[in-house]
Design a protein around this ligand. Structure first.
Ligand code: FUL
Length: 514
């Protein structure tokens, strides 16, 4: 009894003596939200929800079509007579959409105004549009409207490329261009749908142009001229899930137009040093700024040109591995011709590409069923992990449940781990796919892959490849080659992924082996 009195007496005395701010700290602590499921803390920066949705689009088309299709130019000066736009048949954007869907794409961006300023819809802002096209086919096909309708019909995402740089407009370079022309054009386009997934505000501003007949050079500072923060807010008010590319920067140019990203590729950048880290991103970057790779499927320019050829499906598959497989998105340009359709050689190669993606990586492709889909050997493997995060919901089974919202992970103090897959009978394996739940930040910095033919001895796979970052998605051709990746494969009784380093406890939402 005496003892209890003593203790109580001491604690009352202590409480009375403690300065006020210490007491306040105690109160704060008791209000810390409990975390019974041990949900890992995010590692900043993290993506906005719209950036996440955008990244999930993975592979989509670019359709460069317009005045240049008929003049053979790549950058029209802006002085082209409207009558030169005269399609040889009624343009058919639905054919564009279905053709790229057959290649395993999930959407596309249609150019509706390029630098020459010619608008592919009957805009009220200028006479330089299809209103004054050279024939009925041109006047009757409102491209953004038809394209958006076709995309919705075929369950494909869509967006528009509208060049901020307008070499035709007399207003360009003056305030009136932004308020009376550019923003009004964006608003007109929003009438064709507020569910655009990406808006391509190209950054090019080459200087000289027709500029309403005056000619000369007009330079602007894009961020100031377009009042970028305000532009972003305005667009998001109309289309909340629309990522702004270029001016407005919610995704970054990957730094080349050849269809590859760095093997190491962080989704973050520090804008100040963006010029040097486009292909690889920046582990110390302050902004979530994931990479998009824009590349041409054809041999000539962005627009259709007489006599151009199409890249082979095998080459396009390589591009896919080097972009989508390296935590970037791929926007692959397929230019419609003067009939307003994708030519046959383009369509044929796209179909071949779709088959390859389906047969090698189980990419869902409309019209192809399970009978030709790659088998995911991870699903039939026994999976052992070196550690499972406590909290009851981070087990290894989440790696193969096909649910992007569930994930496996380690405890906070552990930045390394092994994941071992075993099969009773050896499986011939060629590709490993991994995904991080990037809503919690991009984490993994270094890993290695080994396989065992007999279940005893281990051999490292693709040792020359940078097995560093994973991010939203990493696809590793196990022979270490992106061209000729579909070799004879490896007959494996076991496959082991060792995570060697991570910015915080590693987490993986998905793992596939094909
Ligand atoms: C560039 C433009 O100047 C090209 O003409 C093309 O549209 C490409 C995708 O973006 O900046």
């Amino acid at each position: 009894m005496k003892k209890i009195y003593k203790v109580l007496g001491l604690s009352t005395l202590l409480a009375a003596l403690l300065p006020l701010h210490v007491n306040a700290q105690f109160e704060l602590k008791s209000e810390t939200p409990s975390n019974p499921e041990n949900v890992p803390a995010p590692v900043h920066p993290i993506p906005h929800e719209r950036q996440l949705k955008w990244q999930e689009t993975e592979f989509y088309a670019f359709f460069h079509y317009g005045m240049n299709t008929f003049t053979g130019l790549e950058w029209g000066f802006g002085n082209e007579a409207e009558s030169k736009y005269a399609p040889l048949a009624l343009p058919n954007p639905e054919q564009w959409v279905t053709s790229v869907k057959a290649a395993g794409m999930n959407g596309g961006i249609a150019v509706v105004k390029h630098h020459d300023g010619f608008c592919l819809w009957p805009t009220a802002t200028t006479e330089h549009s299809i209103k004054n096209a050279g024939n009925e086919n041109g006047r009757n096909a409102n491209i953004p409207k038809l394209y958006a309708e076709a995309s919705r019909k075929h369950n494909m995402k869509y967006g528009f490329y509208i060049s901020p740089w307008d070499r035709n407009s007399a207003h360009y370079g003056k305030d009136t261009y932004v308020t009376e022309v550019f923003l009004k054009q964006c608003e007109e386009l929003a009438e064709y749908g507020d569910d655009q997934f990406e808006m391509w505000f190209d950054g090019a501003r080459g200087g000289d142009g027709y500029y309403g007949g005056e000619g000369g050079t007009r330079e602007i500072d894009a961020d100031i001229y377009y009042d970028t923060p305000n532009l972003r807010t305005r667009v998001h008010k109309i289309a909340p899930n629309c990522v702004l590319w270029g001016v407005g920067g919610e995704a970054r140019w990957i730094g080349n137009e050849s269809g590859y990203a760095g093997e190491t590729n962080w989704a973050m950048t520090d804008y100040m040093s963006e010029t040097v880290i486009r292909e690889e991103g920046d582990i110390n970057g302050w902004f979530w700024n994931p990479g998009e790779s824009d590349a041409k499927a054809t041999s000539a320019g962005w627009f259709w040109h007489q006599g151009e050829s199409m890249k082979s499906a095998e080459r396009l598959f390589q591009m896919y591995l080097e972009t989508v497989g390296r935590n970037a998105t791929l926007i692959l340009n397929c230019p419609p011709d003067q009939y307003g359709v994708l030519p046959d050689n383009t369509v044929n190669e796209l179909v071949e590409l779709g088959k390859m993606l389906h047969e090698r990586l189980a990419v869902p492709v409309y019209g192809l069923d399970e009978s030709t889909e790659a088998v995911d050997f991870a699903k039939s493997a026994v999976i052992e992990v070196s550690e499972t995060r406590s909290g009851g919901k981070y087990e290894a089974a989440n790696l193969v449940d096909g649910d992007k919202n569930t994930y496996w992970g380690t405890n906070d103090d552990n930045l390394t781990a092994t994941i071992t897959l075993s099969w009773d009978t050896p499986q011939v394996i060629r590709y490993l796919v991994m995904q991080e739940p990037v809503a919690l930040g991009q984490r993994i910095k270094d890993f290695k892959i080994e396989y065992s033919a007999d279940g005893e001895a281990w051999t490292e796979l693709c040792p020359a490849m940078q097995t560093t970052t994973v991010g939203y998605k990493r696809i590793i051709p196990l022979n270490g080659k992106t061209s000729e990746s579909y070799g004879s494969g490896y007959s494996a009784k076991k496959l082991r992924v060792t995570i060697l380093d991570s910015r915080a406890c590693p987490l993986l939402s998905n793992l596939n082996v094909y």
